[in-house]
Design a protein around this ligand. Structure first.
Ligand code: HEM
Length: 414
């Protein structure tokens, strides 16, 4: 098949999928409606909830918006992220060897190796870096025009700079690293065309070459970063090079696009509730409460999936071996059984149980503490230095049912 034929076939398939989703959504299937990426998916989560704690969508997947059931599935070892025979479900990410795409025992081994570099104690080391990057970015933003796209001027920049330091990307590779990371970011949204898939794969290939180069450099001259931390494990056989490089590449993706949108969604919610913005301006120590409420109210990772490894009876239904469950974290975080008046953004609310924005169980986000720290420092600094910031026009959302965030968020600064 020529490239043009492949492109045409992919477009045709995408159209067929869209038509199918539209028909299913029009027929009353709320999950199909979510896959069509509406600007506001939250009413559709309520519709799923009204159908029960575990519901089978016309698209084939089981769905849950119940905080209790989602928690139970995420902690149940009879569910995995791969099929029971170890093969990958086709729509999962192309990082075969990243820990998020592996079940135990490989998952446990990789996670154990990466954990020390990201544990909360180690984060005290990164805190001054985050504060410095935040101040530099605000200096740059305030030195420019009165009206900016907050996503481009600030939110997209901070997590990339932090992860660049944490992973150990030398300064001369930074520009390339930033460019390739942004090209790879679209993988999280699902790639619609052959050209987009080819571009993302080309970015991965370039990134792989770059990381082999950096690993060689760190071997000769270890530094205080993740690559240097992991090299002894490669030398004594606990980790292969085929695993080290995907791990290094996965972190920018897992740790950037998510945190970008936590910062963006947090500021959007605050500016939409000016009295709560004023509370943060008056008292920056509210930043942790703001971040926790943003994660619950407008979670950056709206859903993730699990596959049953065996027939499982759950909530009076039978989930057969090989079937998938979409854990709708965006819906579970607004479960009225757990959070009072869940559609209200309220930084003063009683936090209640841990929300599911960072998942739960063995895949609980390894970067949760770092992400929280970045967003807390960023939002507190904006409140202190740009107290008059206001929304200055309509936002443009990122077209993804997984990553919820914005591409354009116009704000005026003064
Ligand atoms: C607001 C920011 C973030 C959000 C909402 C988020 C969300 C998530 C979620 C939902 C998962 C698990 C998905 C599943 O169970 O299938 C996950 C896993 C993961 N995240 Fe995050 N994440 C964020 C930031 C970060 C950062 C900053 C890093 C690293 C620097 C990171 C590294 C990881 C890793 C390594 C995993 C895989 C853990 C495993 O499979 O054991 N994340 N994240």
């Amino acid at each position: 098949m020529t490239e043009l034929e492949a492109e045409r076939r992919a477009r045709y398939q995408a159209t067929v999928v869209q038509d199918f989703l539209r028909t299913a959504a029009a027929g009353g299937d709320p999950y199909a409606g979510i896959l069509l990426v509406p600007d506001d998916p939250y009413p559709l989560y309520d519709e799923i909830r009204a159908r029960g704690t575990l519901d089978r969508s016309a698209v084939g997947a089981w769905t849950t918006t119940s905080h209790r059931v989602a928690n139970q599935i995420l902690r149940d070892r009879r569910f995995g992220v791969r099929r029971a025979d170890g093969t990958k479900a086709p729509e999962f990410m192309p990082f075969d060897n990243s820990m998020l795409g592996l079940d135990p025992p490989d998952h446990s081994r990789l996670r154990k190796l990466a954990t020390p570099s990201l544990n909360p104690r180690r984060l005290t080391h990164w805190q001054p870096h985050v504060e410095r990057f935040t101040d530099e970015l605000l200096d740059e933003m305030l030195a420019g025009r009165d009206r900016v796209n907050f996503m481009r001027s600030f939110a997209q920049q901070l997590p990339l700079r932090v992860i660049g330091d944490l992973v150990g990307i030398p300064p001369r590779h930074r520009r390339l690293f930033f460019r390739l990371s942004r090209r790879m970011a679209y993988l999280l949204d699902g790639v619609a065309t052959v050209a987009a898939a080819q571009d993302a794969m080309a970015a991965i290939t370039e990134m792989t070459v770059m990381f082999h180069d950096i690993v060689a450099e760190r071997r000769a001259d270890p530094q205080d970063d993740l690559i240097s931390d992991l090299l002894p494990a490669v030398d004594d056989g606990r980790l292969t090079m085929d695993e080290l490089v995907p791990l290094c590449m996965f972190l920018p993706l897992a740790g950037t696009e998510t945190t970008v949108n936590l910062i963006g969604n947090g500021l959007l919610a605050l500016l939409g509730h000016p009295e709560q913005w004023q509370m943060l301006v008056a008292d920056p120590s509210l930043a942790p409460a703001v971040v926790r409420e943003t994660l619950r109210f407008d979670t950056p990772v709206q859903q993730y999936r699990r596959i049953a490894h065996t027939d499982i009876e759950l909530e009076g239904r039978l989930v057969a071996a090989g079937e998938e469950v979409a854990i709708c974290a965006g819906g579970a975080n607004r479960d009225p059984e757990v959070y009072a008046d869940p559609g209200r953004f309220d930084i003063t609310r009683d936090p209640g149980p841990e929300n599911l924005s960072f998942s739960a169980g063995i895949h609980f986000c390894l970067g949760a503490a770092l992400a929280r720290m970045e967003a807390e420092i960023a939002l507190a600094a904006i409140a202190a230095r740009v107290p008059d910031i206001r929304r200055a026009g309509p936002v443009r959302r990122r077209g993804s049912f997984i990553v919820r965030g914005m591409l354009q968020f116009p704000v005026s600064l003064r």
